[in-house]
Design a protein around this ligand. Sequence first.
Ligand SMILES: NC(=O)c1ccc[n+]([C@@H]2O[C@H](COP(=O)([O-])OP(=O)(O)OC[C@H]3O[C@@H](n4cnc5c(N)ncnc54)[C@H](O)[C@@H]3O)[C@@H](O)[C@H]2O)c1
Length: 249
Amino acid sequence: MKSRQYHHYRCVTLAFESKRWGMRRVLVTGGASGIGAAVAAALDQGGHEVVRADLRGSDDVQQLDVGDPVQWASVLAANERFDGLVNCAGIRIRTALVDIDVDEWDSVLRVNLTGTFLGVQALARSWIASSSPGSVVNIGSTTSFSAVPGQPHYCASKAAVAMLTKAAALELAGHNIRVNAVAPGPIVTPMLQTRLDEPGQEDWLKAQVPLGRLGHTSDVAAAIVFLLSDEASFITGVTLPVDGGWLTR
Ligand SMILES: NC(=O)c1ccc[n+]([C@@H]2O[C@H](COP(=O)([O-])OP(=O)(O)OC[C@H]3O[C@@H](n4cnc5c(N)ncnc54)[C@H](O)[C@@H]3O)[C@@H](O)[C@H]2O)c1
């Protein structure tokens, strides 16, 4: 009950915060689930127009495979101009390094890294062509900076997202386009649930977090809303940990 009241409070606060800035239309990839669905809801409650896109399309989620440049072009052609992009689509596969075949390696890099690159590139091109800037938030991970065993392709992809964020921020700053990222710790979503179902994993994960709990999707949504907003107008190229202190060690 306490947790439900807390979430209600966080949603109201997020809605209030996101009303204070001028962004109007935001594209959220991976918007059908987890962190993407939470940030889409927070932006929607804040009065913004949100287009959710996902591999799993539905009546209110546009179909998009982020690894396919042709599908990015179709989504941009089918919509009015976007002011912001949240690159939330991602996959994680847990396999030991010695057991990963090249197809599995490529599939993780294709979604997490190439998909993020294609999104930044597509939106940056449209903003430069229309001489009107926008703001991007990518999704890294604590594994952008600190490895964990059993998912080297995921770790490599997320480290690359942090550097892509810096490189894009540097190159696009002259157009007043900001590119930032968040680095979530363990956040309770369908992606993490598969790991929580493994014996001992929940206790292990909590033990890595100095604040002693797993994260909520609203924790990450709050940071994304801030980085997208004009409140963060002098911030670009950062990857902000939202990790309960995981990366302090
Ligand atoms: N949950 C965590 O603990 C955690 C921690 C750090 C980083 N992240 C990152 O946060 C992001 C969101 O993850 P989540 O936990 O909400 O997971 P999730 O599985 O709930 O959501 C991921 C979404 O991405 C979509 N997706 C997968 N492949 C796609 C593709 N090719 N094109 C378009 N959409 C695709 C899925 O359909 C799904 O809706 C991911 O980038 C993930 O790596 C999550």
